[in-house]
Design a protein around this ligand. Structure first.
Ligand SMILES: Nc1ncnc2c1ncn2[C@@H]1O[C@H](COP(=O)(O)OP(=O)(O)OP(=O)(O)O)[C@@H](O)[C@H]1O
Ligand SMILES: [Mg+2]
Length: 112
């Protein structure tokens, strides 16, 4: 299993969620965060104004999927969250050791 962590622009959340659902993602965590990338937030536009501070609001997605679904998830986020402007986000992929569905005790791929 893989954990995909992605920082995306907040207004892209619904479109990305819908696209991921379509390719078979059945769960995710969503957190409102602030962050910065290679421009340190300085020149990035958010809601029409240049953001005055170093941190820009983003949405963080955490998605655990089977190994087979990892690449499609990355590609779907990449193509859906893309606006061709700076600050479109970043995607990280990590290995996951175990997963457990609390209600049933199912583990790993069956727990996703
Ligand atoms: N190296 C990193 N580690 C952890 N999070 C990061 C890293 N780089 C970017 N992020 C997160 O991703 C968000 C978006 O980054 P961003 O898209 O601005 O990256 P970038 O490298 O500056 O690319 P671009 O030049 O397209 O803006 C940041 O606000 C931050 O939350
Ligand atoms: Mg940037």
């Amino acid at each position: 299993m893989k954990l995909i962590i992605a920082a995306i622009k907040p207004f892209k959340l619904e479109e990305v969620r819908e696209a991921l659902t379509t390719i078979g993602v059945r769960g995710m965590m969503v957190t409102e965060i602030k962050g910065f990338g290679s421009q340190s937030g300085h020149t990035e536009i958010y809601r029409g104004a240049e953001y005055a501070v170093n941190f820009v609001p983003k949405v963080r997605l955490e998605i655990v999927v089977s190994d087979a679904l990892a690449e499609p998830v990355v590609e779907t986020i990449r193509t859906t969250a893309k606006t061709d402007k700076i600050g479109d986000g970043k995607i990280f992929v990590l290995d996951v050791e175990n997963a457990v569905r609390v209600r049933t005790g199912e583990i790993n791929d069956d727990a996703l």
